[in-house]
Design a protein around this ligand. Structure first.
Ligand SMILES: [Zn+2]
Length: 428
């Protein structure tokens, strides 16, 4: 038996093609003055295929998280010394952080399978670990089957690699009428931001399976949730490269992938996106060139009229962002957008003290054109459009340990409740 197990282990490791990050470090760097900030901005512009900027250079005050490969550790250290840059190591070994993040270390390894009232096995998905795309889709299908009066699973088209994309409609058909306001939610447009789909599945579960605790949210509102906006990238981040961000369209020779959140068609390619296909923020050959963004556009336009709020979940940074991303100008109704966001964040912070900042994309982050919220507000006409960057602030970054999924979800649910209460009051 032991020989067999050993053989299986050897075979498994021989077949494993997943990219490893042994010896990679994440270093937080802070510029002290304009020239040292410019050095970092130049590094970002010219060498982002070597140094993965987990957060982008945005202002002098904000520290930047940069992943450094082992072959460049010394070069990078010299650069830090030469330019007198303040820095500290946030993740000493990215591979170890990847392994730790996957499962809730505190939970028992054998968890009793949840069962439905009839005794049959319920879905395998839970929130003590991150789940692959297949498990998420099975979860959605089972909810649609068990709650046919509330949940409708809508296929909205196929991805580049021919996977089905799903939107979940959650609506109480008993109270259905054409004038209910709607809230639209998405997540996972960037593959490696696993906490976003992990929140969206939880939100679906809470709205549907805990309906009795807050019936008003389904009696007075409809919800459209796209839990995983970039299925090909998400699958790739599970099997091949944990830190993959873009979709998987090999449109650019040796370099694969388009940043779907730079591919939306409102002021597309007007700054803050890359024309080089090898870059992580490559905007693609044209607006909506990608199956995933085009499918999302078409699905959203069908429900845009009644939709008042759009929440697009990302990670990380703990910020709640309003449009615009393409310009430093603010939308005319910015004070309304800001107030709702701030109220939501206040409720969130009350749970565990987690701090979120509120502001416009360009005000808090950086110019980033082709983002989904700009198109949602500018073209689809959904007034309250937000990008929300979930936990954390960089201690783990994209590798948020699984034992933070539930706390993240509980506090974010308190924010969503504020948004839902407000959405019911918005006049048509
Ligand atoms: Zn993102």
């Amino acid at each position: 038996m032991r020989t067999l197990a050993l053989l299986a282990l050897i075979l498994a490791s021989a077949w494993a093609t997943e990219k490893r990050y042994d010896g990679y470090k994440v270093v937080q760097v802070k510029a002290k003055d304009v020239p040292s900030f410019q050095t970092l901005a130049k590094l970002y512009d010219e060498q982002s295929s070597i140094y993965d900027f987990w957060t982008e250079p945005r202002s002098l005050e904000e520290p930047i998280d940069i992943m450094v490969p082992p072959a460049y550790t010394e070069t990078f250290e010299r650069l830090l010394q030469t330019h007198n840059l303040e820095h500290r190591i946030k993740i000493a070994d990215v591979q170890s952080a990847i392994e730790i993040s996957r499962k809730d270390q505190a939970s028992p390894t054998v968890v009793q399978e949840p069962r439905s009232r009839s005794g049959s096995l319920r879905y395998k998905l839970n929130w003590t670990e991150y789940h692959d795309y297949t498990t998420i889709v099975l979860f959605l299908a089972e909810l649609a089957q068990n709650y046919p009066d509330i949940v409708t699973l809508i296929t909205i088209g196929k991805t580049h690699e021919n996977r089905e994309m799903y939107m979940v409609k959650i609506s109480n058909s008993q109270t259905s009428n054409a004038t209910k306001n709607a809230i639209l939610v998405d997540g996972g447009i960037h593959a490696r931001e696993w906490i976003a789909p992990a929140f969206n599945t939880w939100l679906i579960h809470e709205l549907v399976e805990n309906y009795a605790a807050h019936p008003q949210y389904l009696d007075n509102l409809d919800w459209y949730i796209l839990p995983v906006m970039n299925p090909d990238g998400y699958v790739y981040s599970f099997a091949d490269d944990r830190l993959w961000r873009k979709n998987r369209n090999p449109v650019n020779g040796p370099c694969v992938g388009i940043d779907l959140n730079r591919n939306f068609g409102f002021h597309w390619n007007e700054g803050g996106s890359a024309g080089n296909g090898c870059d992580d923020t490559y905007h693609g050959p044209a607006a909506f060139s990608e199956d995933e963004s085009a499918n999302a556009r078409d699905a959203i336009l069908l429900v845009a009229e009644r939709t008042k709020v759009y929440l697009s979940y990302h990670s990380y940074s703990q910020v709640w962002l309003t449009p615009w991303g393409y310009t430093v100008d603010l939308p005319e109704d910015y004070p309304l957008l800001f107030d709702l966001a701030q109220n939501a964040v206040n409720n969130l912070t009350a749970v565990y003290g987690t701090q979120y900042s509120v502001g416009s994309t360009t005000g808090l982050l950086y110019v980033a054109s082709g983002g989904s919220i700009d198109w949602i507000k500018g073209d689809a006409g959904i007034p309250y459009a937000y990008t929300v960057e979930l936990r954390d602030t960089g201690d783990y970054g994209f590798l948020l340990p699984a034992d933070q999924i539930i706390p993240n979800n509980l506090e974010m649910w308190e924010a969503v409740k504020v948004v839902a209460d407000y959405t019911m009051t918005i006049a048509n």
